[in-house]
Structure formats: C-alpha cells, structure tokens
Design a protein around this ligand. Structure first.
Ligand code: AMP
Length: 282
C-alpha cells in the first residue's frame, strides 16, 4: 500500500493511474478503523481497480471541541488493517494539507433544509464542515466511485446534495451498516464506552428492531414514544428518535404502510454520542 501525506504527491500518482486506465474507488474515513470501514474497502475492491482510503479527523465538522479532542486515534493499527485488507493507497494528510492558508474555509454550501433537521439541528455547522472536507478530498482524489456507509444516513444524503451542487460526476455507493454480534452498530466512538456503557449501548439497536417489528400503517406517535422509553430504560440521553422520509428526511408522524421510510436515532451513552438508523420497507 502506498501512503501519501501530501496532496501534490497523491494527485500526481493518481493522475498517472487514471491515464493508465485504472478505475478508482474512494473510502474517506476519520480513522480508528473497524470492520464497518473495512466492509467499504472490500466493496470498493470488488468494484474498482484501485482503492484509495483517507484518514483525516476533520476539525471543521466537530461542533464540540471536546468531541474532537477525544476522537480515538490509532494510525499504526489502521495502516496494518488497511494493508491486510489490500487497500492500494492511503492518504494521510495533516490539517494544513487539507486547509492550507489561502483555501477558502468560509465557503457556504447551499444544502437547504437537509442540514437543519436531525443531526443538523443538534450539531450546528456539522454538515458545512463535512462538505468542506469532502469538497477538498474529492478535488484531490477525483475517484470514479465514492463508497459511504448507511450508518451516517443523513451524511450520505448531504454528500449526494454536495455532488449535485458542485457538479461532481463520481458515482456514490451506500453500503450497509456493519454491526457487532450483539447488534451494536460498529463505530470508532464505541471504543470510548466503558464495559457497563458498552452493554447498555445495545439498547439503541434493540430500540430500532422494536420499531421495525411493531410498526403498522397509521399514526406513529405511540410507537415512537414506546421506543423513547426503551432508550431511556437503557440510560440513554436522547437527542432525537424520528421516523422520516428517505428522500428528504422530513419527519413523519404517520405511515402509509407502503412507502420506504427510515427511523433515525442519536443518543448519548455517558459522554459518547451514538447514532444508528433502520430503513423500513413494506
Ligand atoms: P468515519 O470514520 O466515522 O467518518 O466513517 C467513515 C465511513 O465509514 C463513513 O462513510 C461511514 O458511514 C462508514 N461507516 C462507519 N461505521 C460504519 C458501519 N458500522 N458500517 C458501515 N459503514 C460504516
């Protein structure tokens, strides 16, 4: 695996590969890698000739400085995992490489209502930061296909919107959520849970399974309230649990029993903020 720290070097390398006819897949990450990230690498490997992964803990998407400071880091182990997964290229920039003096960090992306609901409501500025880093990374990597995880459902939609705003032609593939054996969605943040919290954290996927098993067409308020109670019984502090349309993430309080919808949760287990979601089809 080739490791690049400087954008000029990776740009030159990828240009040569493109000229040679290589189709590239890109998996952007913030490191502290787990099987969820590796599932994206595997998918990219199966569909492209060259897999590029990036590890960059993006300061501009953290609305809480403490969350940024506490974000887990394990670069040496990440490199080993990527080598084993036969990733071809790793981009490992520092902050000045992504945001050099002169790069406009005040650019505003017109994301519309998508950025003010759910995560956007609880993490002001978060999606502008996500767009800022993706704008830079896409400009550097220029992949044929971008691989993203459904785990960050709203982020996937934001990035699709960004692509249409910037007229980026790369494809986007959304990959399923990888879970631990007890159902907890894999996340770098899970490392920050102590053993008791880790056990209780399964409440988040139990809640989503409960919703999926008990949902019927009609009003959803009672079901969502029951779901809230399950989260609270596992000691979660809830930011939101909402049923929403899959296209625009508009909150819904009733379901026709046919249209695909998504139920999304964000909640704190101790100091650790976890998110998860489940898509519900008829
Ligand atoms: P992150 O390092 O958290 O920024 O995530 C990098 C990419 O991995 C994003 O596209 C995430 O949606 C994806 N990802 C994170 N956790 C999982 C998971 N459990 N299953 C599948 N993809 C994931």
């Amino acid at each position: 695996m080739y490791i690049f720290k400087h954008s000029a070097d990776i740009i030159a390398y990828l240009q040569r590969q493109r000229k040679a006819g290589s189709k590239s897949g890109f998996v952007p990450t913030m490191g502290a890698l787990h099987q969820g990230h590796l599932s994206l690498i595997d998918k990219a490997k199966s569909e492209t000739d060259m897999v590029v992964c990036s590890i960059f803990v993006n300061p501009t998407q953290f609305n809480d400085p403490r969350d940024y400071a506490m974000y887990p880091k394990s670069v040496e182990n990440d490199v080993l995992m990527l080598e084993r997964a036969e990733c071809n290229v790793l981009f490992l920039p520092d902050v000045l490489e992504i945001y050099p003096p002169g790069v406009n960090t005040k650019k505003h992306y017109a994301l519309g209502e998508l950025e003010s609901v759910l995560e956007g409501k609880y993490r002001p500025g978060h999606f502008q930061g996500v767009c800022r880093v993706m704008d830079r990374l896409m400009d550097i990597i220029k992949p044929d296909v971008l691989f993203l995880g459904q785990k960050d459902f709203q982020q996937c939609m934001i990035i699709k919107k960004l692509f249409s705003l910037l007229e980026i032609k790369s494809g986007i593939e959304i990959c399923p959520i990888e879970r631990e054996v007890d159902g907890l969605a894999m996340s770098s943040r899970n490392r920050r849970l102590d053993p008791t919290e880790r056990e209780k954290a399964t409440g988040i996927c139990k809640t989503l399974s409960f919703v999926k098993e008990n949902i019927h067409s009609g009003n959803l308020d009672k079901l969502i309230e029951e779901a809230r109670q399950i989260l609270l019984s596992h000691d979660f502090k809830i930011d939101y649990i909402e049923a929403a349309t899959v296209d625009r993430l508009q909150s819904i309080s009733s379901w026709d029993g046919k249209t695909e919808i998504v139920v999304l949760v964000a909640a704190y287990m101790g100091e650790v903020r976890l998110i998860d979601n489940i898509v519900i089809t008829a």
